[in-house]
Design a protein around this ligand. Structure first.
Ligand SMILES: [Mn+2]
Length: 300
């Protein structure tokens, strides 16, 4: 498998010594406080793009949990294209995420952008996210390679599969073997969508590596109304998990509102996804009591 393609910079196969499928042919299953990623369950991670306030985070966390999400997402440190956009609550956001975990029992995933943030992020989060813009930040990759938290490695928006695999290799090479990949769309000539969600990456990564693969259709499409369809596609092609942006009032979101699902639509999507998951021999967690309060669906 390692010789599927040779690197342009030197002759011979690119070594994926630690992330290559050969080093763990059965596949790696990560355990996040009892939630297994890489097994038969398709794990749904959901929550707001940015942590904006205690109320915003807790109301979203409660809603996504009631619909079957297993992990809460939320950005505290936000990489933004413009320095004048909302850049996150930073340390305060981390504290709110930890509070939301206490309140709901959901493990939390949040992004680390800087080596100086690795310690506080590891202290508060259950999964440390390397964002798309940071996938090539090798000192940061080595720093998270030395922490003992699972890592969600997002594919760079212009990164090849080989570069993504090698970014994970950096983390494993430093001793942290709890890594999962995340396909979040790549930049192409197409501009009707925010990115082009490369679902090819799922079977390709599953074949080449033993690490779990997550798909993020929110950033992959940029449109909330495309998210359910692409989530279904992701489950059908073998994703081990989904990362979905949800906001209680998307129109007022400080970041990524246009791609955020209202909780009622998220709940509807989860029900549809369970059917797809069953069809491909997987399952999606369903809370014992359908706790979702039946909110109105006439939202946009
Ligand atoms: Mn976002």
């Amino acid at each position: 498998m390692n010789n599927w393609r040779s690197s342009g910079s030197y002759a011979g196969p690119v070594p994926f010594r630690l992330v290559g499928r050969e080093s763990n042919p059965e596949g790696t299953v990560l355990d996040i406080n009892g939630v297994q990623i890489g097994g038969s369950e398709v794990v749904v991670m959901a929550g707001p793009c940015s942590v904006e306030s205690r109320d915003q985070l807790l109301s979203t966390a409660t809603a996504v949990k009631a619909s079957g999400a297993r992990i809460l997402r939320g950005g505290a440190f936000k990489p933004r294209t413009s320095p004048y956009s909302f850049r996150g609550l930073r340390e305060e956001g981390l504290v709110l995420l930890a509070e939301a975990r206490e309140e709901t029992g959901l493990p939390v995933v949040t992004e680390v952008m800087d080596t100086r943030q690795v310690e506080p992020v590891c202290e508060h989060a259950d999964i440390v996210q390397i964002g798309s813009r940071s996938m090539h930040n090798y000192p940061l990759l080595e720093e998270v390679g030395q922490c003992n938290k699972p890592v969600l490695m997002k594919r760079g928006m212009g990164a090849t599969i080989e570069e993504l695999l090698l970014a994970a290799e950096y983390v494993l090479n430093k001793g942290n073997d709890q890594v999962m990949f995340c396909e979040r769309g790549i930049r192409t000539f197409e501009n009707a969508t925010r990115n082009t969600l490369d679902l090819n990456a799922v079977p390709l990564l599953k074949r080449m590596s033993h690490l779990p693969v997550i798909v993020d259709p929110s950033h992959g499409t940029g449109h909330w109304w495309m998210v359910p369809a692409m989530c279904k596609g992701a489950v059908a092609v073998g994703a081990d998990g989904l990362l979905v942006e949800v906001h209680c009032s998307p129109q007022e979101a400080l970041s990524d509102g246009p791609q955020s699902l209202h909780p009622a639509r998220f709940d509807e999507m989860m029900q549809e996804l369970r059917v797809v998951a069953r069809a491909v021999g997987r399952e999606i967690y369903e809370p014992a009591v359908s706790a979702f309060g039946g909110a109105q669906l006439n939202v946009s």
